[in-house]
Ligand binder design. Structure first.
Ligand SMILES: [Zn+2]
Length: 390
């Protein structure tokens, strides 16, 4: 059985010309996706067979090389699919948008090759011009050297000033994989406690109190500036707050991945973002907290850092994870006594509510894994949720 995994490899500091090429490719690619999304809206379809003949020529006409057009169409289709699935859970889900500041592009299997010159790996990508290539030397860590092979769709992304390639690596897997069953690490994200991480042996709490205080301080300041019509200060304040949050997310995601790497063959189980919104009470204050708290950023940082550390990530549907007993499986709304305490009505198990939730999240991840569902499976909730009538 073949199983596809990915590794993130840094591109060795590209020259000015190469940086320009990477940037222009990302711009063309994202522009093509944008065109695709508009077309799908007007044609009212998300079908690949219908979208391909409409989007492909448009992408080509703005200058995206044909080897890259297929990937642009694929990206449009997968964005539409997850949008449609999300909409079933949350009706006010907005139509997918492209964030042009986050630069990336898809690298189809025909668009590149990896060459190994005496242990130095170079990515050769096709360009706009026929039979003209661009050569991008890679920084491949020793542990990945034997895994790098050719073939499979890849992706190039920019993080900060650096560029990375996300490469699929093929690993042969026998039914009795030598690495054995993964260790499932459940991560519960929230407002009161920013994150609760549970491993089979321990639970780690990341308290959100100081973060909440600081955020309230920011909000107060902003209100004061607004009152005095100091819009320049308001803008300044916003920038400051967002840099501060990014910094916190960096630290938090780093720590979560570090905890995971202490276990053998770890797999981080994360709740999907739509689930967090679904789960957290819809009070005005919470909504404000949630919309401005960069959960999406935190999730993507965890995913990205996990990938870099060769740690697998599974996204799970967190519905019912805060109500269900992680000991006996009894599922009842009144199991959750209050914000912080969980007490099972059936077996009497009493514990911190977030610990209970994070354990359930890792259990959902484990059950998804055993059923062999893909990480991004957005099918009806499986495992823990099976007993729930929707
Ligand atoms: Zn119980």
């Amino acid at each position: 059985m073949r199983n596809t995994e990915c590794v993130v490899i840094k591109i060795k500091s590209p020259t000015k010309n190469k940086q320009q090429w990477l940037t222009s490719m990302a711009d063309l690619f994202l522009q093509s996706i944008e065109i695709g999304l508009v077309k799908s809206k007007s044609a009212k379809t998300s079908s690949r067979t219908k979208l391909h003949p409409i989007v492909y020529p448009e992408a080509k006409s703005i200058g995206l090389p044909s080897d890259y057009c297929r990937m642009a169409v694929n990206s449009v289709v997968s964005m539409l699919r997850s949008y449609e699935q999300l909409k079933k859970v949350q009706h006010n889900t907005s139509f997918p948008k492209i964030n042009k500041k986050r630069k990336w592009f898809g690298l189809g299997t025909n668009a590149y090759a990896i060459e190994n010159k005496n242990g130095n790996f170079i990515l050769r990508a096709t360009t706009q011009k026929c039979r003209k290539f661009i050569w991008l030397p890679l920084c491949v860590p020793d542990k990945f050297k034997s895994k790098i092979s050719n073939g499979g769709d890849a992706k190039i992304i920019q993080r900060g000033q650096d560029w990375y390639v996300i490469l699929p690596v093929k690993t042969e897997q026998t039914p009795t994989a030598c690495s054995g069953e993964p260790t499932f690490i459940g991560v519960d994200l929230g407002i009161v406690r920013i994150a609760v991480v549970s491993t089979p042996t321990k639970t780690i709490f990341f308290n959100g109190q100081s973060i909440r205080n600081r955020r309230e301080h920011f909000t107060d300041l902003r209100k004061r500036y607004q009152k005095h019509n100091r819009l320049d200060r308001v803008r300044q304040q916003k920038g400051k707050e967002s840099r501060w949050m990014t910094d916190i997310n960096h630290k938090l995601s780093k720590q979560i991945v570090a905890i995971a790497t202490q276990s053998s063959n770890p797999m981080i189980c994360l709740e999907r973002l739509d689930g967090i919104r679904y789960r957290i009470k819809k009070s005005k204050r919470f909504n404000r907290m949630l919309s401005s708290w960069a959960f999406r950023q935190l999730l993507s940082m965890i995913e990205y850092k996990a990938m870099k550390a060769n740690v697998k990530v599974k996204m799970v549907d967190p519905r019912r994870t805060s109500r269900k007993c992680s000991k006996c499986g009894h599922d009842e709304n009144s199991n959750r006594k209050n914000q912080s305490t969980f007490k099972c009505k059936k077996c009497g198990y009493e514990t911190n509510a977030d610990r209970n939730a994070s354990k359930n999240i890792s259990a959902v991840g484990a059950s998804l894994y055993q059923q062999g569902l893909s990480d991004t499976a957005r099918s009806r909730p499986q495992g823990l949720e099976q007993t729930v009538a929707l």
